[in-house]
Design a protein. Structure first.
Length: 417
């Protein structure tokens, strides 16, 4: 039996207010629809049972957490770190920070102690939310140790189990009665190439534009779920996962941690599915027959990428999408690798949403292929300063640092320029 269908997707005004505003809007139109779900052995991974969150339940918990965060003595727009491996709790924490009027700063789960400390310092974090267990690691304990070297880090909080002294329980906060409606989003901060020394700011409008440009190729319908193998600590995971799901009022299912049995079980769930996978596992996935419920397969490449056109035959049932990600600037999505290659070869001819995203190849004037440049709100970012929120210039051309790779006159990928 398929999961409950959606009544309607959030309207554009809700999407422009941020991810949390989209969540609350979807909760009003279809409260019993599935919003968040996790696959995989979560009990062994983090000591928490798997929970399927409806839009109503997710909005209530986000509202409770936002109310609790609002009680902290932090000025509006404070930078709050999110150190999660992914999944429902990661999404709820991100949405709560945004709803409380602060700036979410998701950080890669694979960071070690030195990288964590560097990221806290470079982003100017005053609080961090995390989890008690992550496989063999104990992130809340790691964070408590890191906090001793950062006097500006005022609040630490975590979902249990295994929360050490001095770390606030997010589970207890979620049990407190009373919710707050989300305020307008201030945007978010991510880290270019996962480098803790390179925090990047993106406004709420720029994130909404990036999601809209991604969905322009093939919109997600409200009755679908997005099944993703990507964590949500960077632009590629947020745009293709949580952002796309909330924009459509669809559901998001994350396979955390990845194991073949959990992935296969999640894949066979009888609900129309958009499967989002990194290009690294494309070859392994080609050997696995996809069920008829998979409507679309979205393969994510990171630039530079030498091969963006798959040699494997496309599935007869699933539509193919290929997304090329340029650090934290841009997610360029096209209907298949060949269309993506043609877009890179002749960006002026590509049917792109030009009001959001424009592409060109810079002519260096020496007969060589120049770098790819882009502009538009969908790729508007700025390096995060020590204090305040930077202005974004969506109209300025920006160098991607990559140029197309030509083989016999055909683009096969992109390389560092």
């Amino acid at each position: 039996m398929a999961e409950r269908r959606a009544d309607a997707a959030p309207d554009a005004s809700a999407r422009s207010g941020g991810l949390s505003a989209s969540l609350f809007a979807a909760a009003r139109t279809g409260p019993q629809r599935t919003a968040l779900r996790d696959s995989g052995d979560r009990v062994a991974w983090c000591g928490r049972p798997p929970i399927t969150w409806t839009y109503a339940a997710a909005a209530e918990i986000v509202g409770r957490l936002a109310r609790g965060l609002g009680a902290w003595r932090l000025p509006a727009g404070s930078r709050v770190g999110l150190w999660f491996s992914g999944g429902a709790e990661s999404a709820l924490a991100h949405l709560a920070v945004e709803a409380a009027g602060h700036l979410p700063c998701p950080m890669p789960a694979l960071w070690d102690a030195d990288q964590l400390s560097a990221g806290i310092a470079s982003a100017g974090l005053v609080a961090v939310l995390t989890e008690g267990r992550r496989g063999a690691r104990r992130p809340a304990e790691d964070l408590a140790r890191a906090a001793m070297g950062h006097f500006g880090l005022r609040y630490l909080a975590a979902f249990g189990p295994g929360i050490p002294d001095g770390v606030i329980s997010l589970d207890a906060m979620a049990l407190e009665r009373g919710i707050v409606e989300p305020v307008a989003s201030l945007g978010l901060v991510t880290f270019a190439a996962g480098d803790p020394a390179r925090p990047v700011y993106r406004s709420a409008a720029a994130l909404a534009a990036a999601i809209e440009a991604h969905l322009d190729t093939l919109p997600v319908s409200a009755d679908e779920r997005i099944l993703t193998l990507l964590p949500a600590h960077d632009l590629r995971g947020l745009v293709t996962g949580l952002g796309a799901a909330l924009a459509a009022g669809a559901s998001l299912e994350t396979v955390i941690p990845f194991d073949e049995a959990g992935f296969r079980a999640g894949l066979m769930r009888p609900v129309p599915t958009r499967l989002v996978v990194p290009s690294l596992i494309e070859a392994a996935l080609a050997a696995m027959p996809l069920p008829w419920t998979v409507r679309a397969l979205n393969v994510i490449h990171r630039a530079p990428a030498r091969a963006i056109v798959s040699a494997a035959p496309e599935s007869a049932g699933a539509r193919r999408l290929d997304s090329l990600v340029f650090e934290e600037d841009l997610v360029l999505t096209r209907p298949g690798g060949r269309d993506l290659a043609a877009t890179l070869a002749h960006p002026d001819r590509a049917p792109l949403p030009r009001a959001l995203l424009d592409l060109a190849i810079l002519d260096p004037g020496d007969g060589l292929e120049g770098p790819l440049v882009y502009r538009g709100l969908a790729c508007a970012t700025a390096a995060l300063p020590r204090g305040g929120i930077p202005e974004l210039d969506a109209g300025a051309w920006r160098d991607s640092g990559c140029r197309p790779i030509l083989s016999d006159g055909v683009v096969t990928g992109v390389e560092t320029a």
